[in-house]
Write a protein that binds this ligand. Structure first.
Ligand code: BDR
Ligand code: CA
Length: 325
């Protein structure tokens, strides 16, 4: 394996289910320093998401090592939307874990993000695996973060396929479409990992799941416990239980770029006006040189995101299994 470069990472999360596995992957990657976790509105009640992040650190043996900063408890414009129906009321399949020892930081995540990015230009990467309210607010407050951040990895949107929230939209973009629109147009060096990619490459194979169950370690038990509600919901929806990994697959891509098998530089934008198409992500890919020319004439803008089109599921699964050992 080629040597992986040292990464200074912040994870922005609405911690529930797979968000927690993403945090575990980052904690276990030797070349990644998880410097902070910031919490954004999304999956479950805001305070519960903070507790879930703190508990995840504790169960991973990292209590007190990674500060957790509460961010924006509400989307910019819209009424809050949650995913308790998918993850359980506590976001952890109603495991009702005990309160962790570590407590959240006293300041605001948005100020923390701005201060950290601006005092470490070109050094910090962010994995945004929640609605984009925190990142958009930080950008609106200090637009220079777009050029000073080394890389922004976003889990969100659809790459021309069916959504998980409405037919036209994915959850993170749906919750705060205005924030998503601000962020994709802000000029960040941006990689987008969509729900389309999750369904194509981010479903854990049955054999990997069986292996995790058989491992019977504290972290594999944690994995199995908090996966139960999503298993039930996906069984109802797709006819069989699925282990879906939008956030942890994105984290795996940033940890080890070899997980990304196919990417394309695309023009990405987000619909904020539509009635049935709220948060629809328009992703336009030049497929042929002729089309590339048309895109150029039509949009006059260069691509604003690298979109991950296909990932190595087995490599991702091996990383997850190793992290749960
Ligand atoms: C995304 O929405 C959330 O429910 C998950 O945590 C993930 O970030 C998938 O659409
Ligand atoms: Ca998430």
């Amino acid at each position: 394996m080629t040597e992986l470069s040292a990464t200074r990472l912040i994870i922005d999360t609405d911690t529930a289910g797979d968000d927690a596995f993403s945090i575990l992957l980052a904690l276990k990657a030797p070349h990644v320093r998880l410097e902070a976790i910031t919490i954004c509105n999304g999956n479950v009640p805001f305070e519960q998401q903070i507790e879930n992040a703190l508990y995840t650190l504790e169960v991973a043996g990292a209590s007190g090592q990674v500060p957790v900063w509460p961010g924006c408890p509400l989307p910019m414009l819209r009424k809050p939307v949650d995913a308790t129906e998918f993850f359980g009321a506590d976001g952890m399949s109603d495991a009702n874990f005990p309160k962790a020892r570590q407590r959240p930081e006293a300041g605001h995540a948005v100020d923390f993000l701005i201060d950290t990015i601006m005092s470490n230009p070109g050094e910090i990467e962010i994995l945004a695996q929640a609605p984009l309210t925190n990142i958009a607010t930080a950008y609106v407050k200090e637009p220079r973060i777009a050029k000073n951040l080394k890389h922004l990895w976003v889990m969100g949107g659809l790459d021309n396929s069916l959504g998980n929230t409405t037919p036209a939209s994915e959850f993170n973009f749906y919750v705060d479409p205005e924030a998503a629109k601000i962020v994709v147009n802000a000029g960040f060096r941006l990689t987008l990992s969509t729900w389309t990619l999750t369904m194509k490459s981010g479903l854990l194979p049955d054999a990997a799941l069986a292996r995790i169950e058989a491992m019977d370690t504290p972290l594999s038990r944690f994995f199995m416990t908090i996966s139960q509600a999503p298993f039930k919901r996906t069984a109802q929806r797709y006819g069989r239980p699925l282990s879906t990994h939008p956030d942890s697959l994105t984290c795996a891509c940033l940890i080890d770029p070899a997980v990304m098998l196919e990417t394309a530089d695309c023009l990405v934008d987000v619909e904020t006006q539509g009635e049935l198409t709220r948060a629809y992500s328009s992703i336009c890919t030049p497929l042929t040189p002729e089309e590339a020319l048309i895109d150029k004439l039509w949009y006059a803008d260069p691509p604003n995101a690298r979109v991950i089109r296909r990932a190595d599921t087995d490599r991702f699964a091996a990383m997850l299994i190793a992290a749960l050992a």
